[in-house]
Write a protein that binds this ligand. Structure first.
Ligand code: ATP
Length: 369
């Protein structure tokens, strides 16, 4: 599949990666903010850069947009090396967390600003700005001053300004951070709709794992300047690659353990809540962790080979949350191990109730790093 190139005289293969980072690092006076990041983003993909504060998400996005030059490594768009290309010469547009709207300009002037910079003729730029406003549900607000808009409307103006220049890659730095919870949810749905409608590649920064899971095609989980885990949201949630990924992506039960036996394709692990055999190849004596999500722990007894019995636990507290009951429980020898269970709402339990619990072996995740 071929489409006209941004770079005249060339045609680009749509099947190759749209945006690619190879060995990209950024150092500030000896401090490594981003370290050896390799990342490939397909054309039309919605990638989310997720991670805690200070992990390097904004720095990666800023290098994609051309606002920060990498210390080492290369960045490609459509197969062209853009490592040192300025923002104005890249097919990217960035929506900043604070929106960076011009307070002394009207909504229409704000939205057409990027087109003015690109020397697009006045009639055409107003036409494109009006279309962008319409796409963002802001028709009729072009003459308003910025201070006459709600937070949600300002957010839409910032998005309209970015899409008006018809970028190939839209970079979004925590664009929903300033919105309240309800508008934030609405905007998440709208962003996905917008991305599918425009067919543009989106890279979106957030520290909110629920937001990341609800909008991303793929998540790059960033920790200490490195990609800790990468993949579709369900894979990262259900089969996290590392202990950090398991704890960052929602509630989890993590049990420490030690490999006490091994065969060709399985290992036996001794944990604080019982022994289990699981696929693996670690040496005897290796320290590991196993993980289960709260909703994967089931109530009842099961001793079959495809289940992991964790004995009896005592409920410590219960909160009814509508869709489920969130329970904290203690188990293991001397009740030293804490469990988090998400029981169905119809399962009435009270503090001090004792329950036998188990999980399906297929749900158990072995974490070796
Ligand atoms: P947040 O979610 O809080 O915005 P982040 O994951 O986006 O965080 P970055 O803003 O990329 O993190 O910062 C990564 C690290 O690099 C931080 O420790 C930050 O202090 C440092 N850093 C970022 N910009 C600079 C700079 N211009 N000079 C020195 N250090 C910087």
């Amino acid at each position: 599949m071929l489409r006209p190139s941004l770079f005249p005289g060339e045609e680009n293969d749509l099947n190759k990666f749209h945006l690619e980072l190879r060995g990209v690092s950024k150092e500030y006076a000896g401090f490594v903010a981003v370290e050896s990041v390799d990342l490939k983003v397909a054309r039309g993909e919605f990638l989310v850069l997720l991670g805690p504060s200070g992990s390097g998400k904004t720095t990666i996005l800023s290098m994609m947009g051309g606002f920060t030059v990498p210390t080492t490594g290369h960045m490609y768009i459509d197969g062209h090396d853009v490592t040192e290309t300025t923002p104005a010469h890249r097919p990217t547009a960035t929506v900043f967390q604070d929106y960076a709207l011009f307070p002394h300009m009207s909504v229409l002037q704000n939205v057409s600003f990027g087109l003015t910079m690109r020397k697009v003729s006045k009639p055409l730029r107003y036409q494109r700005a009006e279309t962008a406003l319409e796409t963002m549900g802001l028709s009729g607000l072009g003459d308003r001053e910025i201070h006459q808009l709600s937070g949600g409307q300002r957010q839409r103006v910032a998005l309209a300004r970015a899409i008006a220049v018809e970028p190939e890659v839209l970079l979004l730095d925590e664009p929903l951070g300033a919105l309240d919870q309800k508008i934030r949810r609405q905007m998440q749905v709208e962003l996905v709709r917008l991305q599918k409608t425009l067919g543009v590649t989106f890279v979106h920064v957030t520290h909110d794992q629920e937001e990341a899971m609800s909008i991303a095609d793929n998540i790059a989980l960033i920790n200490k300047g490195r990609i800790e885990d990468y993949g579709p949201p369900d894979r990262i949630y259900l089969r996290p690659a590392t202990l950090f990924a398991a704890t960052f992506m929602g509630d989890s039960n993590i049990f420490s353990g030690e490999v006490v036996g091994n065969q060709a394709d399985w290992v036996e692990i001794k944990t604080q809540t019982g022994n289990l055999r699981i696929a693996g190849s670690q040496e005897i004596g290796t320290s590991v962790h196993i993980m289960l999500r709260p909703e994967q722990i089931k109530v009842g007894s099961s001793e079959s080979s495809d289940t992991f019995s964790m004995g009896v636990v005592r409920i410590v507290d219960v909160t009814f949350q509508g869709t489920h009951r969130l329970c904290r429980a203690l188990g293991g020898a001397d009740e030293t191990v804490e469990f988090l269970l998400r029981l169905p709402p119809e399962h009435a339990v009270s503090p001090s109730d004792c329950l036998s619990i188990y999980a399906l072996m297929s749900d158990v995740v072995l974490l070796t790093r």
